[in-house]
Ligand binder design. Sequence first.
Ligand SMILES: Cc1ncc(C[n+]2csc(CCOP(=O)(O)OP(=O)(O)O)c2C)c(N)n1
Length: 668
Amino acid sequence: MKPETATPIYFTYDRTGIEDKTLLELYSKMLKPRLIEEKMLILLRQGKVSKWFSGIGQEAISVGITTVLKPDEYILPMHRNLAVFTGRDIPLHRLFSQWQGKANGFTKGRDRSFHFGTQEYKIVGMISHLGPQFGVADGIALGNKLKNNQQVCAVFTGEGGTSEGDIHEALNVASVWQLPVLFCIENNGYGLSTPTSEQYNCENLADRGKGYGMESHIIEGNNILEVYTKVKSLVEDMREHPRPVLLEFKTFRMRGHEEASGTKYVPEDLIDEWGERDPLLNFENYLLAEGLLSETKIETLKEEIKKEINDNLDIAFAEEGITSTKSIELNDVFEPYAYQEVSANKETEELRLIDAISQGLKQSMERHDTTVIMGQDIAEYGGVFKITEGFLEAFGKERVRNTPICESAIVSAAMGLSINGFKAIMEMQFADFVTSGFNPIINYLAKSHYRWGQKADVVVRMPCGAGVGAGPFHSQTNEAWFTHTPGLKVVYPAFPYDAKGLLATAIEDPNPVLFFEHKALYRSIRQEVPTNYYTLPIGKASLLREGKDVTIVTYGAGVHWALETLDELTTISADLLDLRTLSPLDTEAIFASVKKTGKLIILQEDSMFGGMASDISAVVSEECFQYLDAPIKRVASMETPIPFAAALEEQYLPNKRFKQELTNLLAY
Ligand SMILES: Cc1ncc(C[n+]2csc(CCOP(=O)(O)OP(=O)(O)O)c2C)c(N)n1
């Protein structure tokens, strides 16, 4: 007989087709994170935990979704989804160590709270910037689709996050590509202190599905059986018929954004109203009413979980605080990669820079069938520079993908592909447009391996540079934005032979590489290039001319300007060093040359301040001061945006000034 329950049940629960066992499983999966959180709030007050983002009152969403997904299907949670982590049965002491910044956590003390992922549990945690998660989910789902493995992945955001451009881009891409992603918006009323009325101006966020051409649903997020049943039927169908689905879960954030920020700005009656809809207590009362739980059973279960929590906390507290060394930290920035030399054969053909890049790219895609290239207009059209002409026919539409105009989502998707075992290449239509994909490059690709050991096997190709009369938005050479960021490799070849071999290595290398291709050199520079697939080492400069009086360090178009100058000033005896790679920088080659010549001039196409030349100058003055016979000279473009008109562009660029500066330095 079902016992009477004194507590009213807010929701109508429909358990059709759900076994008793599953009902109890759902209950205990909600209970565990609730009890962990209650414990964390105590530890926070005791100063034993530094920060806490509470998901109390939102557990049903994480639990429902995690229960429906198979253990090998990726989930991408946010900061209120503790129940995803506990639902995947991560040993609690590892979570506690993570939050205490200890070695048994998931980030070796390098990132906090829920900012981590784990391939072992197929969880890809957030970065603080929120929005890129959706694009990463796109990439993972694309990988699943290419593997044809019938898997679905689920990704979370709050309603605040939906205002970010990344979210819009990712939803659009997922719809255009029909990617099997379950996009989950937890609409919990507030984004930090901002109420929904100040966040968006539509009735339901799910209504946006229509605009994306995407199926969408509204789900009562605090009703665990509604969440479970609806998500289950959708996911089962998505596995059969891959497609994106947008879900808006109506719920409420019962505590502050994080504990210290409180809830003063939330009207009391809202908290009371949503308190009555607590997902755990309502379901508990329902199960009591159904006779599936009793007070004693609840107590036993709570005691078991509390014991698990306390035992695991003991383990985590007993663990030593983390220590490391500078070399351990530095060695973890990149995925280890042992460069493998593939030699060039003797057979060569004369190629322009553009042909060499195209050939190298093609041979790499033939060599690695897990390679996917994405970019605007790269398929049928062959790319605006025609580098991928014929690729569609050679590799098919799945691997050669036209993208909508959404750089951020595509960089994020490249990250997702890498997480799912692919090699991703992205063609930035012009290097200038990387600003629209800047965030995931700097914050996702560059930091991922250091944070949680996840490689970002991504090459971003960057057609760059001036001298083509293309004005401020199609002429920049923006390498310094990336050389500044630890975790990225930056390659910048000046010749067809180097470009082909270095591109092959960039694609072999499992780390993120920004590969700069100078547009003005594409069709003007020719060279005999080996016909076979070969590699060249990243991080090695090339000494193009040898001399004794001065060292010229440059890269990209600067190399050709320097060569022209030396051809003109035949009496000058100079070392000419083409850097080829900017990060890592071949300081050894630079120092060796400066020690020999005693004079250094650095030529760069980019404007001066904060660029490569400044840093090279700094390291040389630190390391080779006693060898210098003159102040180091930097020659660079003017401190203005790049102008369009030929006369202005000519005045802006440093090539004409270089000859005079070189002569001055030699006369010092
Ligand atoms: C790009 C960016 N802007 C601002 C923030 C600061 N911030 C962190 S969480 C947050 C609110 C997020 O609200 P919502 O997405 O609704 O999630 P909730 O916290 O309510 O679960 C804000 C403003 C951030 N982390 N990243």
